[in-house]
Structures are given as C-alpha cells and as structure tokens.
Design a binder for this molecule. Structure first.
Ligand SMILES: C[S@@+](CC[C@H](N)C(=O)[O-])C[C@H]1O[C@@H](n2cnc3c(N)ncnc32)[C@H](O)[C@@H]1O
Length: 308
C-alpha cells in the first residue's frame, strides 16, 4: 500500500484481500480541525508511554474493550470498526487483537499513527488493522462500517456537533452503532474549577502536576502520567457537552440512543430523568474531588443508526 497517497477522487483498498475490507480516502477541503490541538499533541500525545514496548504489553496483557461492556455484544470476528481520533491506538488494537475485528483507525497526528503502527507490529498484528493519518472532517469511506468509536476526540475540534454528525451521517451504516466519549458540561466543572483555582493562586505547572498525580495515582510511568496531565489540565482547546443537548442532533441523523455511562448503562426510558442525572454529575464530581478521587467528567454513549 502506497503511503504517498494524499487524497483525490478514488478510494484505496484496506486490509489485504479481505472481501470485507472498507476502502477510504484521506480527503481534502475545508476542515474544523483545530491546528493548536495538533501542535499540542505533536509535542506529547495523550496516553503516551516512554516506549512502544510498554504500550504493546499493556494491550497484550489486557483487553481494554472490557472497560465498555456495552460494546461486547456488538462484536464478532471480522466486524468492521472505524476508530476516529485513535491516538496511540489502545482501543483499536484491543479490538483487533482480542476480538479479531477488522479495524481502520485514523488520527490527524502523524506522531501517534507512527507509534500505533509500531505497537501493532510488536503485537504481530499483520492483518485486520490499519492506522492512517487523516482529519476526521476530510476523511471519506467508500462504504459505511458496522461500528464507529471515538473516545475523547470530538470536543477537541472547532465543531464538536459537526464532527458527531459526520460520524453518524458518513461513517456508520444503517443498523450500525456509534460509541462516543466526550467531556460533560456539568461533570467536568469541579475538576476544571479545581485546577483553575490553583492556577489563579499562583501554583506552578509542577505543583499542578503533583496534584494531578495525587488524584490519579494509578499512572506510574512518568511520561504516561505527564501525557494525561497535559491532556486534561493544560489543553489548548476543549468543549463540554450534555447528552440532552445532543439528542436533537442524534434524531436528525436518524440515530437512537441505546446506552450511556450517565445512568450506569441502564435503559434510557425518560429524557427528563436523563437530564436530572446529567445535572447531578456536578455533585458527584465535587464529592469525588473532596474525597481526593479522580473524576475528570467524561461520559460515553452508544447510539444505533435506524435501518433505512
Ligand atoms: C484526548 S486524545 C484521545 C486519543 C485516543 N482516542 C485515546 O483515547 O487515547 C484526542 C485525539 O484526537 C485527535 N484529533 C483531534 N482532532 C482531530 C481531527 N480533526 N481528526 C482526527 N483526529 C483528531 C488528536 O490527535 C488526539 O490523538
């Protein structure tokens, strides 16, 4: 496969000779990607370890898809998954290695794509996964896929709603699913306020890093911990959202909400209940922070595209 391909009017065939392989075009034209975000992640990407070998061990030793039980019943060998904003690829790699999914994973940062490819090679994943440098606003698929996943990405663009519409309208097939993680408008407030107060009181970056590590002691590797701290405390651009705010968009895109972390993945039967649950996330965030616990205010949801 030629790496020099840079868009144009045709689609390149993906994964070997598999008949299920989607073809894609990295595209060109207008974008709502944020250039500051790209520069920020080029200097140190999120979820970045000191070495590719350490990251390969992390994926080999643990199936990270298990973190999201709602995804498990949707998976079967050869199912076609697109990951948008894959970073170094822990989720894409877990889907390919532990579930034999046929995964295409894109990110606009060449640094993470290079690292993800290195990890795939250490894991001896020669088929079933392709990492490509591409901007989600330009990227095109010849044929929509079964599942689109995107964790913590869309809120780092200049148009989170436009990005979500793109996932729903251009990338997922009728009957297929999108699984998206975003910062929550209420849930994230206590965490952001906490660090904003520290900064206003004159705390140095190192003091804030120490505070972050106190709240999130599980991150042992120094580079890894710093990559999380930068991502969650020093980011140049993020927006926060509610699921209630996104419901009209999902409806417009013919998507049905199936599950969300906001209500512990129980069936969503009443949207007013959902909204109450959303408002309550601020209290939960404050409580967690007061107890010295890590609560960055992130939520996920699963939505299914109606069949034509
Ligand atoms: C917080 S990181 C999350 C990475 C990965 N999903 C993870 O969970 O580790 C956000 C990612 O979104 C990517 N990103 C931001 N805007 C993008 C765009 N317009 N197209 C593709 N990737 C983008 C960044 O390069 C970065 O890797």
């Amino acid at each position: 496969m030629s790496r020099s391909f840079s868009g144009g009017g045709f689609f390149r065939q993906l994964i070997g000779s598999s008949p299920r392989a989607p073809a894609y075009n990295i595209g060109s034209g207008p974008t709502a990607a944020n250039p500051d975000v790209l520069e920020f992640y080029k200097s140190l990407p999120f979820n970045y370890h000191g070495s590719a070998a350490a990251q390969a061990d992390m994926v080999r030793g643990r199936d990270w898809v298990q973190e999201y039980p709602v995804l498990l019943p949707l998976l079967s060998p050869e199912i076609r998954v697109l990951e948008v904003g894959c970073g170094v690829g822990w989720l894409a790699l877990s889907l390919a290695l532990h579930h034999r999914a046929n995964v295409l994973a894109i990110d606009f940062n060449p640094v993470v794509i290079e690292r993800a490819r290195e990890i795939a090679s250490l894991l001896k994943l020669r088929q079933g996964i392709v990492f490509e440098v591409a901007d989600l606003f330009r990227f095109e698929l010849a044929e929509p896929v079964d599942i689109v996943v995107s964790m913590g990405v869309l809120h780092h663009t200049n148009d989170c709603h436009g990005a979500l519409e793109r996932l729903c309208n251009s990338f997922v097939k009728p009957g297929g699913y999108v699984f998206v993680g975003l910062y929550h408008a209420y849930g994230r407030r206590p965490f952001l306020d906490h660090f904003a107060r520290m900064k206003a009181a004159g705390a140095s970056e190192e003091a804030m890093f120490a505070e972050y590590r106190r709240l999130h002691p599980e991150l042992k590797d120094d580079t890894f911990a710093r990559s999380w701290f930068r991502d969650q405390v020093l980011h140049p651009h993020e927006t926060q959202h509610t699921l209630t705010e996104l419901l009209p968009l999902l409806e417009r895109c013919r998507m049905e909400l199936r599950a969300t972390s906001i209500n512990g993945y129980t069936p969503v039967t009443d949207y007013q209940d959902l909204e109450r649950g959303e408002r309550n996330l601020e209290k939960l965030g404050t409580l967690a922070l007061n107890q010295g616990k890590y609560y960055p205010g992130f939520f996920v949801f699963l939505a299914q595209k109606r069949k034509a």
